[in-house]
Design a protein around this ligand. Structure first.
Ligand SMILES: Nc1ncnc2c1ncn2[C@@H]1O[C@H](COP(=O)(O)OP(=O)(O)OP(=O)(O)O)[C@@H](O)[C@H]1O
Ligand SMILES: O=P(O)(O)OC[C@H]1O[C@H](OP(=O)(O)OP(=O)(O)O)[C@H](O)[C@@H]1O
Length: 212
């Protein structure tokens, strides 16, 4: 029996990821929300779930420390990891946006400063527009930066828009849309194809059924 390691996050994507696995008969009844355990076996014993930070899923999968992972497209773009991105899971939907004070004119700023958790994504976005920017890496509460003069604008995730609204900011430009993706280590996909190919096909079908 080929052992398969799955990297997941404890955060927003966990519950729906577990539902997807349940739909193809893989259950992790040892998992509960407040547990501090980082490695959990599946009930059948063939799978093992490892719990990592959202931005680290791609790193574990790229290096083969996990065979499979579920991660937001935001983190995959930022990590630029060399993995197979095989299924758009259709949940965890949100988008990247440039945001700032209402009416802020991005074009007029000579050297735009951009606070973000995603410096690679922000730099590439503005580079493609031929705009030079200085990125300031933050780890959370990104909306604060333009309010206290740390940056001109932010590049961040917008879901409902509530955080921007409650802080008097608005979307200045919409960027990519984001959703959760199933990623697979390139070597594992070949060496463990007997298990991984049906696994991926099963997930694709489960997604189609739940969408239909
Ligand atoms: N409103 C949202 N804010 C942030 N991420 C969201 C939102 N809606 C969906 N997502 C997706 O959920 C993923 C995981 O989010 P989660 O909150 O678990 O991670 P995180 O905030 O980066 O982690 P942590 O809070 O542990 O630092 C994101 O990478 C993104 O793809
Ligand atoms: O459009 P909304 O529905 O308001 O969601 C977007 C907010 O949620 C995320 O923050 P998170 O809750 O992860 O907090 P942090 O980045 O400050 O850790 C994101 O960075 C935005 O701040």
């Amino acid at each position: 029996m080929e052992k398969i390691k799955i990297a997941l996050t404890k955060g927003r994507l966990a519950e729906k990821s577990l539902k997807v696995f349940e739909a193809i008969g893989i259950n992790f009844s040892a998992f509960y929300k407040d547990s501090r355990k980082l490695i959990l076996p599946s009930d059948c014993g063939q799978y093992e779930m490892i719990l990592v930070k959202a931005l680290d899923v791609a790193t574990y999968v790229e290096n083969g420390a996990a065979d499979i992972g579920i991660a937001g497209k935001d983190t995959l773009l930022e990590a630029n990891a060399n993995v197979f991105e095989l299924v758009d899971l259709g949940f965890g939907k949100c988008r990247f946006a440039v945001a700032g004070s209402p009416g802020f004119d991005i074009e007029r700023a000579v050297k735009l400063s951009v606070a973000t958790k995603y410096p690679r994504v922000a730099t590439e976005y503005f580079q493609q527009k031929g705009k030079q920017v200085e990125t300031i890496k933050l780890n959370g509460s990104v909306e604060l930066a333009p309010l206290v003069g740390l940056s001109d604008v932010i590049v961040d995730i917008v879901e409902t828009g509530r955080t921007l609204k409650e802080n008097g900011l608005e979307v200045l430009e919409n960027m990519h849309s984001i959703s959760a993706r199933l990623v697979v280590n390139k070597a594992s996909y070949k060496t463990k194809s007997e298990t991984l190919q049906p696994f991926v096909e099963g997930i694709k079908q489960a997604i189609t059924v739940s969408e239909g």
